[in-house]
Write a protein that binds this ligand. Sequence first.
Ligand code: NAG
Ligand code: NAG
Ligand code: NAG
Length: 434
Amino acid sequence: MTNNKILFKTICIVSIFLSPVSSIEFNYPAVFNFGDSNSDTGELVAGLGIRLEPPYGQTYFKSPSGRFCDGRLILDFLNFNFPAVFNFGDSNSDTGELIALGIEHIDPPYGQNYFKTPSGRYCDGRLIIDFFLDAMDLPFLNAYLDSIGLPSFQKGCNFAAAGSTILPANPTSVSPFSFGVQVNQFFRFKSRVIQLLAKGKKFIKYLPAEDFFTKGLYMFDIGQNDLAGAFYSKSLDQILASIPTILQEFENGLKRLYDQGARNFWVHNTGPLGCLAQNIAKFGTDPSSLDELGCVKGHNLAAKHLNLQLQALCTKLRGQYTDSNITYVDIYTIKSNLIANYSRYGFEQPIMACCGYGGPPLNYDSRISCGQTKVLNGTTITAQGCSDSTENVNWDGIHYSEAANQYVSSQILTGKYSDPPFSENMPFLLKLKF
Ligand SMILES: *[C@@H]1O[C@H](CO)[C@@H](O)[C@H](O)[C@H]1NC(C)=O
Ligand SMILES: *[C@@H]1O[C@H](CO)[C@@H](O)[C@H](O)[C@H]1NC(C)=O
Ligand SMILES: *[C@@H]1O[C@H](CO)[C@@H](O)[C@H](O)[C@H]1NC(C)=O
C-alpha cells in the first residue's frame, strides 16, 4: 500500500529569535521518520531518535546560533497544542519561585549564559522547562510568587520551588512549598483568575481563560529532594520502604488537580541523583559505594525504585482517568546516558561541577556554593564558574548546566523516552503541518 510508505526526512534545525527573553535554540540536527496514519507506531517512534554524533556535538554547543541547513524548525513539525502550562516541582524547574519568596538568593555566575543575570533559576541558563515551553511556542513561565516579573500568567504559571519535596515540608525544610502546598497555591491561583475574569475584559491579557485549566498541560518534576534529603538521616532500606508513602502523597495531589478539571498530565521521573557531585562528596568517599561511572550506587538505586513505582502509578491513573492523557517521561535514562557517554554529546566533564570550589574531581565543597565568597581557614575564597560551562554536564554540583538541559530537552522531544511514546494516542503532540 503506497500510503504505508514511510518518508524519511532529515530536518535541520535553525535558531530563531522571538524576543530577548524567549529565543529558540534547538540547534540540533535531527533525523525524523514520518509515517502516515497507517504507519506502525513503534516504527514511527523508533525513527524519531535525535542523535548527536561527533563532530555535531561540538558545533551544537560551541556555536549556538549556528545554522546547519536551511531546514525547517522543529515547531513546524511538532505542534504542542496546549494553551497554557501549569508546572509543579523543585529546583529542576523553578523559574524564580524560591528567590521571589526572599529566603534564598543566588548570585552571578548563575544565569551567565543566557539571561546574563541570575534569573531565579539554579542554572547558568535555561532549564528543561524553558526549552520545552519554547518548543511549544509559549513564553517562559513566570513563578507564582514573582509579583513583578513581566507578570503575565496568561499562558500558565509555575509553582515549582527549589528544595521542594513531595512529602509535607517541616520547619527544617529548604522550601515550605511541598507538593500539596503547590497544589493549594494552584487552587488559589485558579479561583482568583476566575474572580478577576468575571470583572471584565481588561484582565484577559494577563490571565488564562477559564477553559485553559482543562485544556492546559500540567507538568510535574518533583521527588528528587524526598530521596536526596532522606539519605542524611535514613538507611537505604528505610528510604526504599518510604517510596510508597511519597507516591501516595503525589497521587493525592494529582487527584485533587484531576477533580478540578486537569486532564493533561506530563510527569518527569527523577534523575540519577547519585551522579550529583553534592551526593558523591558526602556519600561517595568509600570507593565501594560508587558504580563504574563514579556515581553513588544507593542514591541511584533509590531513584530507580521511585521511578518504577512512579511509572506504575501513571499506568494505574491512566486506567482510572480514561478521559485524560498521562505521559511519563524517563529523564533518568536520558541523563544517565548523557553522563556515561558525555563525549559523544559534546561534553568534557560528566560529573565535575563547573561552578564550585575544590577543583577536580568534583569541584564541589558543601561549605561554599557557586557564586559565594567566604572565609575558610582564614582565607577568602570564592566559588567561581569554569571558563566554559558548555563543557560541563553539571553546573553547580546539584543542578545541570544549560547545555545539558538543552540536550535533555532535545531527547524528551524525540518522544522515545515517554510512556506512552508520542504516537497516535497523542496526536496533538505530533501534528505535521504539511
Ligand atoms: C552509552 O552508549 C552505549 C552505546 O550507545 C549504550 O549501549 C549505553 O547504554 C550508554 N550508556 C548509558 C548509561 O546509557
Ligand atoms: C583548613 O585546614 C584544615 C586543617 O589544616 C585542612 O584539613 C583543610 O583542608 C583546610 N581547608 C581548606 C578549605 O583549606
Ligand atoms: C487526550 O488525547 C486524545 C487523543 O487520544 C485527545 O483526543 C484528547 O483531546 C486529549 N484529551 C484532552 C483532555 O485533551
